[in-house]
Write a protein that binds this ligand. Structure first.
Ligand SMILES: [Zn+2]
Length: 477
């Protein structure tokens, strides 16, 4: 059986799940479902990144111990499975799981013994207000312009560095061998240029006394891992690496046959397509096969941010419009690779036009006209149509759905041109049988995208006798 591994990034648990991550995990879910429908053996992974200074300080501020604090947030991300109608197969891993901590340490050991970890002096200017390192060019009179009342902290400590610069040639070779390693193509160009222009080794640990909430560095009790070896190893610790060799090889692949598909946002391009790949190469492990990069969601053309107060809460949308309405908007109306706009006005417009009056109306109208007719065949044996397959193979969720909605329009046209409601007996039954066939195929094609809606349609349209249906998408108030 063909194996398929797909994973999202692991969001940092210092805030609630946002709409950008909902997009990422719904894209991954559509792919996981599609490959499962093709009869493949799918491992679909998501999880949470839970260590670090920010989390430690927030927990202390809230009077909690860090584990209590991350448990609360991890539960919110785990709940996305139900909230967003994600596949039952979804695996949820946490970077605070014991098996992950052991994997991160083993990753470190292997990379160190291969000669890719060295000691060095890490010095940086740090704004506690932003929780970010600052370059001199970002400071005004030595202060952060966003936090002029806070002193810039100088970090100067001896810690460990990953020898990223030694992996430049190997990375370039990998990009040349797999021309479609990064999707879309312009992102592959972007990362290739970045790697070609020269790489700088980066710091991978911190002094434990300053940052107690982290994975201990093997062989050095004074240090904990800083972000990379901890957070990125989650992609393989989820597969039981290093102890479950067979499981790992089945899904992650082999040196000459990489399999893993990763989905990530454009702010994650360097981490996923160069830093992580270099770590895998240094450890002697197979690289990923493909990294699919999505854009950002904007609101009225502006970046969504706390300070602008234009947050889009996925939970609120699901509660108000239903999970498949949110899935439809994110997959059909958000460009899979570029920045796209999300506003309530557009969302409601699309809901009315495409879901309530488009799909919903067609399905309930035909069911009403055909009520009492007997159905001939079930939909289980049907497979996804060629156009939809092709679009999904290219990660064009929007194109796939455009194709499906064109067929909805065509079916509507047939009904009005032939005035089906005025026909009787055999001519009516014939046209209705044809329409039923079209709708069953539509539902089969909708399974990766709108699974609940597809199931509802199929259960009526493949029942022995056709019956009226209640509206799939209720009218908005
Ligand atoms: Zn600042």
């Amino acid at each position: 059986m063909q194996k398929y591994y797909i994973t999202t990034t692991a969001p940092y648990v210092n805030s609630d799940p946002h709409i950008g991550f909902a997009l990422e995990i719904i894209q991954a879910d559509a792919l996981a479902r599609y490959h499962e429908l093709k009869g493949e053996d799918v491992f679909f992974n998501t999880g949470t990144d839970e260590h670090g200074k920010k989390i430690y300080e927030k927990a202390v501020e809230d009077g909690k111990n860090p584990k209590e604090y991350v448990d609360i947030y991890a539960a919110k991300f785990r709940d996305l499975k139900n909230l967003l109608g994600l596949s039952d197969k979804l695996n949820f891993s946490r970077t605070t799981d014991d098996k992950h901590i052991l994997a991160a340490q083993e990753m470190w050991r292997r990379v160190e013994s291969a000669g890719y970890i060295r000691k060095g002096t890490y010095s940086a200017k740090y704004c506690v207000g932003c929780e970010l390192e600052k370059q001199d060019s970002e400071l005004i009179e030595g202060k952060c312009p966003l936090h002029p009342n806070k002193e810039i902290e100088l970090i100067n400590e001896e810690n460990y560095f990953f020898c990223f610069s030694k992996l430049q040639d190997k990375l370039l070779e990998h990009y040349d061998r797999y021309q479609d390693f990064v999707i879309p193509a312009h992102r592959q160009k972007e990362i290739r240029n970045f790697v070609e222009s020269g790489l700088t080794d980066f710091s991978i640990s911190r002094l434990k006394e300053k940052m107690p909430w982290g994975v201990p560095v093997p062989g050095d009790e004074s240090q904990v891992m800083y972000v990379w070896f901890d957070a990125l190893t989650y992609y393989i610790s989820a597969l039981g690496w290093p102890s479950e060799e067979q499981l790992f090889e089945n899904y992650w692949g082999k040196m000459d046959e990489p399999r893993a598909i990763q989905v990530a946002g454009k702010d994650n391009l360097r981490q996923q397509t160069s830093m992580w790949q270099a770590m895998l190469m240094a450890a002697g492990l197979p690289p990923s096969r493909q990294v699919v990069i999505h854009g950002f969601i904007t609101s009225n053309g502006q970046k969504i941010s706390k300070s602008l107060g234009n947050k889009v809460d996925p939970v609120e949308y699901v509660n108000k419009y239903g999970v498949d309405a949110l899935r439809y908007y994110l997959l059909a109306k958000i460009d899979p690779f570029e920045d796209s706009d999300f506003t309530r006005e557009k969302f409601e417009e699309v809901y009315r036009a495409d879901l309530q009056n488009g799909l919903g109306n067609l399905v309930s109208r035909v069911a009403a006209m055909a009520s009492g007719m007997s159905n001939q065949e079930g939909g289980e044996s049907l497979s996804i149509s060629k156009n939809v397959e092709e679009s999904l193979n290219n990660y064009r969720f929007d194109e796939a759905l455009r194709d499906i909605w064109m067929r909805i329009k065509q079916a509507d046209q047939v009904i009005s041109e032939k005035r089906v409601w005025e026909l009787e007996d055999i001519p009516k039954q014939q046209i209705l049988s044809e329409l039923i066939e079209v709708i069953v195929q539509l539902a089969v094609d909708l399974r990766p995208f709108l699974p609940m809606t597809a199931d509802k349609i199929l259960s009526t349209y493949t029942a022995p006798t056709m019956q009226k249906m209640s509206p799939l998408f209720p009218r908005l108030a």
